[in-house]
Write a protein that binds this ligand. Structure first.
Ligand code: ZN
Length: 409
């Protein structure tokens, strides 16, 4: 088993390059290899070749080599195979040592006449090309943590400060290309037309959207009658609605992340527009953690009430909604909420509609979770409809009461 080298875009031709033998190649998969040797090997491949990973023979994943800030890094090519979960070259694992996220968005611009009519799709999180990027910046910015002190403004500052530091997208440092808010769209477009930027990323939290067949129009409310709106045209923007349900999107607000670049094929006539947009539900405008369904949102609202009550009485407690699964002595699990810390750690699991089909799996993962903390299950389908609010209240209060600790004065 070894990595193979192919010509860029030509997967059928295996090539051999002087100075890059099998040993040098397989060393790219070795996380402990020294950076200098890795960089030397990547430099030899840069610009001309792709690498095919050996972890998955059924659909070989290909990587390309990008150069930024004078260093080379491997980038997974979207739409070209999948690594197996533990492969050291999967995007999840590359980012650990490279601090650079790479993801080449497949250019879905075909031509005005031949493009598919409706480029909107419902996707599970993991299948969206920019999800690793979203997860990375959201967790660096601290949005996994739910707190009464969070606000739209502090979130924006955290995103622009810690969230994007050291992270690149398609070789551009995010610190240079990320903007918050669609309000300055025209200005951003102009800066690409003038050649000041090749590509920009725009992030915002919007309240709702309407799909009229041709466009998705997003609105962001500042008061009942005062709002901003922004349109994405299905004919030239790939719209990914990320949710766990195959066709239904949960209510807003949503994190709306898109890029902006020249998407025309004609070199003489520039056409600047988003080539993709990913839409993910978040808890609220002040809590930007990613949620799967409205029941999780209900639980967050309830947890915040309890947190506030205890905070006024000088008790502290942390609440997190982890983006990644965690390791336990019994195996991996992905709790919906973790309340407090060891030794008082509590866990809340929310059974959304889509989980019903996997009840058996859910129960197994609850057993795994119980090895790191007491598990409380909020199951709206088993609660008597009338008592839903109380059921949610009881669980959040119980978990926080058990997990809280006295604030040090
Ligand atoms: Zn692999």
């Amino acid at each position: 088993m070894t990595l193979k080298v192919v010509e860029k875009g030509n997967l059928d031709i295996n090539v051999h390059i002087a100075g890059v033998n099998d040993v040098a190649l397989s060393s790219l998969k070795n996380p402990s290899l020294d950076v200098k040797t890795k960089q030397k090997n990547l430099a030899l491949l840069h610009g001309k070749y792709w690498i095919g990973c050996d972890c998955n023979n059924e659909s070989t994943p290909y990587l390309t080599i990008r150069k930024s800030n004078n260093s080379y890094h491997l980038v997974n090519l979207n739409g070209h195979g999948h690594h197996i979960k533990n492969c050291s070259l999967s995007t999840e694992n590359i980012k650990r040592d490279a601090v650079i996220i790479g993801h080449v968005i497949k250019d879905n611009y075909i031509s005005t006449d031949h493009r598919p009519h409706d480029m909107k799709r419902h996707l599970p999180y993991e299948e969206c090309a920019v999800y690793p990027l979203i997860k990375k910046i959201m967790s660096k910015a601290g949005f996994e943590s739910i707190s009464v002190d969070n606000s739209y403004h502090t979130n924006e500052l955290n995103l622009l400060d810690a969230g994007i530091e050291g992270v690149s997208f398609n070789s551009h440092p995010l610190s240079e290309i990320l903007n918050v808010g669609y309000g300055h769209f025209k200005k951003h477009k102009q800066s690409i037309l003038l050649g000041e930027h090749k590509e920009l990323i725009i992030v915002d939290v919007m309240d709702e959207y309407v799909d009229d067949g041709k466009c998705l129009t997003f609105k962001k409310y500042y008061s009942k009658s005062f709002f901003d709106s922004f349109k994405f045209f299905k004919s030239f923007t790939q719209i990914d609605l990320l949710s766990t349900s195959p066709s239904k999107m949960c209510k807003g607000p949503y994190l709306v992340i898109s890029n902006l670049k020249d998407i025309s094929l004609n070199a003489n006539k520039k056409f600047i527009a988003p080539s993709f947009v990913a839409v993910i539900p978040v808890a609220s405008k002040s809590q930007w953690c990613l949620i799967k369904n409205d029941y999780e949102r209900q639980m967050i609202a309830q947890l915040l009430k309890s947190l506030e009550w205890y905070q006024k009485r000088q008790y502290a407690c942390t609440v997190t909604k982890p983006f990644e699964s965690i390791n336990t002595p019994l195996g991996h699990c992905h709790p919906d909420f973790i309340i407090g810390s060891v030794p008082n750690r509590q866990i809340i699991e929310v059974m959304g509609g889509e989980e019903r089909a996997y009840e058996g799996q859910k129960l197994t993962s609850h057993i795994i979770m119980s090895s790191i903390g007491k598990v409380y299950v909020y199951d709206p389908f088993k609660a008597n409809g009338k008592d839903l609010k109380k059921h949610c209240f009881d669980i959040s209060t119980k978990a926080i009461t058990m997990a809280k600790s006295k604030n040090k004065q």
